[in-house]
Write a protein that binds this ligand. Sequence first.
Ligand SMILES: [Zn+2]
Length: 52
Amino acid sequence: MEQRRGAACVWCAAALQPGIDDVDLGARRATATGPAWFPRGCRLCCYGREER
Ligand SMILES: [Zn+2]
């Protein structure tokens, strides 16, 4: 799953380029019900529709 390893936006599933257009949402630790994952979002979803 692309979103789980931080390669795509968790909301719109857009492909991300780490360090260029991604927004790190903070790593989630592994739990009893699932492995660790690294949610990232695209700028549009995190900051709105306009580039700032
Ligand atoms: Zn997005």
